[in-house]
Design a protein around this ligand. Structure first.
Ligand code: AP5
Length: 225
């Protein structure tokens, strides 16, 4: 693994809903020039454009449940065929079950790739709920805001493209509770899959995005536990 800026890096950004995976993935994408592969974004794009996958996933995503392993694994497997991921990627939102983690092992092996690190971002539950209930997303370009913590310069308009901002359907209080329960039941156990392999690094997700990015940068320069 190359922990220095600009080197190849195959990374899983792990952690509960709202911990800041997407925010940090955007920073890493910019700094490392490697693609951010977000299964949540892939599913929302499929839903928006009404593809067969989107039609199957829509109600599941809106309820905060997990789409079937086979469906999401097929999407990720296809994405890993892209030329742009050969020198690195940041996986965000995958794997979310032990079955998906096993799929990823096989998919990487088949392509002659290895995972360098799994970063587990942590945050107290009350902060997670604050971050998710205040999140707003640009309908046009997908840029991410928070009403208090990262407000746009103009109310309800995107800084990047001036598009309108909206709240994700799964960011209601009720669905957030369900997503956290699903995370505890299905996704947290994936950590054990990686812990014994020396890939896992825990990073405190509290504080401003820049502080968290600095912690991630430092963590990537250290050997994993
Ligand atoms: P997905 O989109 O992956 O949702 P998630 O994991 O719940 O993560 P979020 O996008 O909600 O949060 P995040 O950690 O990226 O935080 P963010 O940076 O946005 O998945 C959505 C759904 O798709 C799932 O529920 C499921 O149905 C389906 N799905 C996806 N992958 C699947 C899979 N593998 N298998 C099965 N189903 C799957 O930050 C949140 C807010 O906080 C933002 O407003 C941000 O501006 C703010 N913020 C971030 N960092 C900070 C900071 N340091 N300080 C202050 N504010 C901050």
């Amino acid at each position: 693994m190359n922990g220095k800026s600009g080197g190849a890096l195959r990374l899983v950004l792990f952690g509960p809903p709202g911990v800041g995976k997407g925010t940090q993935a955007a920073v890493l994408q910019e700094r490392r020039r490697i693609p951010h592969v977000s299964t949540g974004d892939m599913l929302r794009a499929a839903i928006r454009t009404g593809t067969p996958v989107g039609l199957q996933a829509k109600a599941i995503v809106e309820r905060g449940e997990l789409v079937p392993d086979a469906l999401i694994s097929a999407l990720v497997g296809e994405r890993l065929e892209g030329d742009d991921v050969r020198c690195g990627f940041i996986l965000d939102g995958f794997p979310r079950t032990v079955t998906q983690a096993e799929f990823l092992d096989r998919a990487l092996l088949a392509r002659g790739m290895v995972l360098d690190r799994v970063i587990n971002l942590t945050l107290p539950e009350e902060d997670i709920i604050d971050r998710l209930t205040g999140r707003r997303v640009c309908v046009r370009c997908g840029a991410n805001y928070h009403l208090q913590l990262k407000p746009p310069r103009v109310v309800e308009a995107c800084d990047v493209c001036c598009g309108p901002l909206s709240q994700r359907k799964d960011d209601s209080q009720e669905v957030i509770r369900d997503r956290l329960r699903v995370y505890g039941d299905w996704t947290a156990p994936v950590l054990e899959h990686y812990r014994g392999r020396g890939l896992l690094i825990e990073v405190d997700g509290r504080g401003a995005p820049g502080e968290v990015a600095e912690r991630i940068g430092r963590a990537l320069r250290k050997p994993a536990a």
